[in-house]
Design a binder for this molecule. Sequence first.
Ligand SMILES: [Zn+2]
Ligand SMILES: [Zn+2]
Length: 365
Amino acid sequence: MNPLPNEIQAWQMVAVGELRQVALPLPALAAGEVLVEIHGCGVCHTDLSYFYDGVPTRQAPPLILGHEIVGVVVAVAEAASGRDAALLGRAVIVPAVLPCHDCALCRSGRENRCLQQRMPGNSLGIYGGFASHIPVPAGDLCLIPEGVADSALPHLAVVADAVTTPYQAALRAQLEPGDRLVVIGAGGGVGGYLVQLAKVLGAAQVVGFDLDMARLAALQNHGLDHAIDAAGQSVSQLKEAFKTHCQAQGLPANVGWKIFECSGSQAGQELALALLGFVGKLMVVGYGRHEVHYNISRLMAFDAEIIGSWGCAPRHYPAVLQLCLDGRIALEPFVELRPMSAIREVFAAARRHELQRRVVLTPDF
Ligand SMILES: [Zn+2]
Ligand SMILES: [Zn+2]
């Protein structure tokens, strides 16, 4: 463990579209907090919406973005409890959603959507993951088993959001062995891990749509049964392509599919609604700011459901982490490590959809 620094080095969002490198004084840790030395922070599309589109963060800029954090606990608050004190020196994943554990939603098991929840890089004060260190509440940290090499830590950053968010969505969808899935935006971080999770959980058939066939090709040894190229295709053309695939497989195209919309795009959502059939489920996992039109009476006629899913409860993180450590969910082929000093170029490339893998930035201050 390195000696404690006097300052936190960080890439701070000063205003929409503007980053600067800063050194902030190391804050005193509040009761129940620990200081995590960051080993990696994933770049999520949510960061890009804050940075480029002006989607408001709860903590107004200046703040440090980044909520897919893995690191090592290097300090604990004075008079820390035994559990917190034992965290010193341990590698941890910082969940993207930190519930209050005290409200009606938390008590009813819906803590992933706790209204008092805090999120690093958005509503955890000024601190986020694109930095050398972050003070965080200790209670919900996900412990990485001892023996995982330091060099293996940065890839695990994606467990903080890109792998756990689809896990929560799969739970909400009551995904079970034999299920048939459509994943829209399967080439993205969340969509890709959903494909892998679906197979781990026993899905019989997983069909993915994406604008980027290279990304779908990478999933064909990781749970994707069939890829449909959505580039330049209308919703009705894509629906035809789906029907053709179903016919070839002897599967009903309009009965029982669980459709996961992960793209957050208008076209993706329109496709998801068009594919929703009898006793189907549409899981809304991606986010966009547009509106789509749909005759909701079709839900009644189809006996179907549309369900939203937000984040993931920290109590599920250990199970998801174990799937990654066991290699049942592959991270390495889908993650690219880049030095944090390349943050501007990485944001710009992610914005242009040029990245083939999710980038985890590793601090190099
Ligand atoms: Zn995210
Ligand atoms: Zn709560």
